[in-house]
Design a binder for this molecule. Sequence first.
Ligand SMILES: [Zn+2]
Length: 412
Amino acid sequence: MPAPSDPGRPLAAITNALVGPDGRLVDIALRDGVITAIRDAGGEAPEDGQLDAGGLVVLPGLVDAHVHLDKAHILDRLPGDIDGLPAAIQATSAIKDTFTADDVTARSERVLGALVRRGVTTVRAHAEVEPGAGLVSVETHLALRERWADVVDLEIVAFAQEGILRDRRTGELMDEAMRLGCDVVGICPYADVDGHAAIEDGFARAARWSVPLDVHLDFSDDPRVHLTDDVAHLTAALGFQGRVALGHMTSLGAMAPADAQRRIEALAAAEVGVLALPATDLYLSGRGVDRAWPRGLTRVLELIDAGVPVALATNNHGNGFTPTTTPDPLRMAWLTMLMTHAPAGRWPDLADAVTGMARRALGRPPGGIAPGKTADLVVLDTQIPSDAVLAAPATIGVVRRGRWTAYSTGTA
Ligand SMILES: [Zn+2]
């Protein structure tokens, strides 16, 4: 399929698009950035302003629901022997004084560009606030949000990676970050002096700013190390349903099935979203054993079955938490298929976890390919619907609000 001769021009239609798990061949009519009609494909030659998808799979724009742009691509500054989560946090903290605005911008745009070329149109990124780095990351993200608005929705979490309670100045910086325009309060209880108190502080702060709460929660292979009950309880008690997202949640994967199921039902009742981070969870979990290493993933399929919206997100790229760089939600779905022993027939759930369900996990409307929805779409290099997850095929092109925005001939 050729690239349009005039990239960025509004498209009137995408013809011969293969959509949905059953592979319906359709023409998608667009106007003013919105899908206006879906019809069975007529097979006519494309007219001016129309794009012929040639029978290739078309998905809604992808979602990266949890990514750290500001600490991507820093391996050259870190020691080579980082072994596990505490060491990764410490080593990253030690070099944060090298994070200048130009530096953070360049590394962030490297990841954002790769995400956009892959077909990502919605990103939730964590910008760190802590006394060592001040608000450099927040200010950089705010500028990026504006500069990249034509191609991606960038939602900014003001994130206290090293704990909100360790240093009084962190809370002050967090409030300043919210004043400047961040979208979400982000906390990390497992890195804090008191996890319970950190969660209470996070809810109170999110309530004060009337924004959602995003929690890096329960990143452990030990089933006893978790604060899931606190979060489920407070979400319901404080009326935060639909506004709380929990990253990692690997302790839930380590629990006995009955213990986990009870908590999964509580999370479903509290309308909490879960953000699984397969690359990082696989890389950092299972340390300290010398065989049969645990995979360290939360219970993705059980959560979905219970009605908890789950997103599969990329998290980290080229740092002590995840040395690989895979700015590709579809590759996270592919990896999750393997890590969860999912039957192949579950692929639509995993595709949903990087598109519509991922948006719901962030408390957003699901979007999708239907009349009235925003025309954010990605064309994949396959004519087999299940390949979207089972093969994670290359992206051919990306449509953002009805305009062709990116063209790629390779994987991200
Ligand atoms: Zn993270």
